[in-house]
Design a protein around this ligand. Structure first.
Ligand code: GLN
Length: 491
């Protein structure tokens, strides 16, 4: 099958633009065509006119060699505010809401002349991880033409748009694993940088102490380029940090890298195909000189990640979404009092998952419950982070499978109380607790469905982690995967 330039990475598309092999409008037309042809229900809105107008304008501009993002089409998750463009976070409560301001991430991309071609569907308000709770219905996994398997979430449409080669990158957001888990199910690189380095101004809050701008690319180099572009101190975001990052170039050499494997995490992994690919990769890395050391994290702390995440994130979500009352944004329902309007708006505006989380969130925030539930969860979070930091003092990061299985079926019958679920399906939130950078990379396929590993490092170690990920990627031999070309990888 002939490769279209749009199937390539950002860096490669940029080269083609510089050489004049493709025009901005050719690229954007192809991206829009693919978006319309996509059967994955990945988009809240496809922005034909806006994107084409911009592309035609750029056709007349000399391609700047120092701007990799010039004319690169991309997709933005629908929880980033876009001035004059509907932004719903896939929730009925925000139907037809048109913001008056731009999220900083969108502004940066606009300034660099990257071209937004669509806004992605998502799990409602970024809560959940199945791609089934958007108000426009389920988002599908492009690798599974039968549409029986999930793509994960909450950044489901963003993941689907890169996996189906509509765009070379897409912006998502990650509060617990919302980019890194779908990346595993969709054969993509999913990167969550250190909390505070990328501005959250204009990203609708789910749980601000955990929320991070995060994104999907086809390879690690592109993840790094995007990080360099988006990492910017922003006065509009009070939690935005201005930190000079350190880079140890020695980490580009496999022999100078030390990664931990948590024995009590990996012990629950049972899928033989996934395990074999993962262990083969670890063995190849070891043979090449990487120091891979097994340690115990502590079973109690590992099994506490999921409940702790739930308590903290549901509580923060309840308080942060209190402004969704049917008065300030979106459709305003009937009602004689403020309470009545709010109740009517919320009854029809939220799906059951959201309502359940707000009920639990309110419960843990009740004055009489705060100490035993909310404050205790915050203490446990601290203990988990302390343990992680202690272990990472003498290592560059830890590695595991990003998820214990390939993308689950919608009619999934996993035992939700098993360690394999509680721990391995939910441990990625550890990086949101610590704020540290965390990356998922594809390493293999089972039944034509991709799966990946995750590496998590210390906060502010982004540049080293990206270097290490590039090393690991070169050993996995899986880069630039897309659902169209899956046959190429099937042995
Ligand atoms: N799946 C997790 C949840 O249900 C993560 C969501 C996220 O990262 N936004 O909340």
């Amino acid at each position: 099958m002939d490769k279209h330039i749009l199937d390539l990475s950002i860096e490669e598309i940029h080269e083609a633009l510089v050489k004049g092999e493709v025009k901005p409008s050719d690229l954007v037309k192809e991206a829009l065509k693919r978006a319309h042809e996509s059967k994955d229900n990945a988009f809240e809105m496809i922005l034909d006119d806006l994107a084409l107008k911009k592309a035609e304008e750029l056709d007349h501009v000399v391609v700047p060699k120092n701007n990799l993002f010039f004319a690169i089409p991309y997709v933005l998750k629908d929880n980033y505010s876009t001035k004059g463009i509907k932004t719903t976070a896939s929730s009925n409560i925000l139907n037809d809401y048109i913001p008056l301001y731009d999220a900083t991430i969108y502004s940066i991309l606009k300034e660099s002349n990257a071209i937004m071609i669509a806004k992605a569907s998502m799990d409602e308000l970024a809560m959940g991880g199945t791609g089934t709770t958007s108000h426009i219905g389920t988002t599908f996994n492009p690798f599974d033409k039968a549409h029986v398997r999930s793509i994960g979430g909450s950044s489901s449409g963003s993941a689907a748009s890169v996996a189906s080669a509509v765009v070379p990158f897409a912006i998502g957001s990650d509060t617990g694993d919302s980019v890194r888990k779908p990346a595993s199910y969709a054969g993509l690189v999913g990167y969550k940088p250190t909390w505070g380095l990328l501005s959250r101004f204009g990203l609708f809050s789910y749980a601000p102490s955990l929320d991070t701008v995060a994104y999907f690319t086809r390879d690690v180099i592109d993840a790094r380029h995007l990080f360099n572009l988006l990492k910017k101190h922003d006065d509009k975001d009070e939690t935005s940090l201005n930190v000079e990052l350190k880079e140890d170039v020695e980490k580009k050499n496999v022999k100078n890298v030390k990664l931990l494997v948590f024995k009590d995490l990996d012990i629950n992994l049972k899928d033989e195909t996934l395990l074999k690919t993962y262990h083969d990769l670890l063995n190849r890395l070891k043979e090449a000189g990487m120091d891979i050391v097994e340690v115990e994290f502590g079973h109690d702390l590992l099994s506490a990640i999921y409940p702790t995440y739930n308590v903290i994130s549901f509580a923060e979500a309840t308080s942060n979404n209190a402004n969704l009352d049917g008065v300030k944004f979106g459709p305003r329902p009937e009602g004689n009092t403020y309470q009545e309007v709010m109740m009517n708006a919320r009854t029809v505006g939220f799906s059951n998952l959201i309502k359940r989380r707000f009920v639990i969130g309110s419960y843990v925030l009740y004055k009489e419950n705060q100490k035993t539930l909310f404050l205790r969860a915050k203490k446990v979070r601290r203990l988990i982070v302390q343990r992680l930091n202690e272990l990472l003092k003498n290592a560059d990061g830890f590695i595991s499978l990003a998820a214990p299985n390939i993308a689950p079926k919608f009619a999934d019958a996993t035992d939700k109380l098993s360690d394999a679920y509680v721990i391995n399906d939910n441990y990625l939130a550890i990086a949101n607790f610590s704020g540290g950078p965390s990356i998922t990379l594809p390493i293999g396929l089972k039944e034509n469905m991709p799966f990946g590993i995750n590496i998590t490092a210390k906060a502010f170690d982004d540049l080293n982690l990206l270097n290490i990920a590039e090393v690991v990627e070169s050993f996995s031999g899986m880069k630039g995967l897309s659902a169209k070309e899956v046959d190429k990888y099937v042995k």
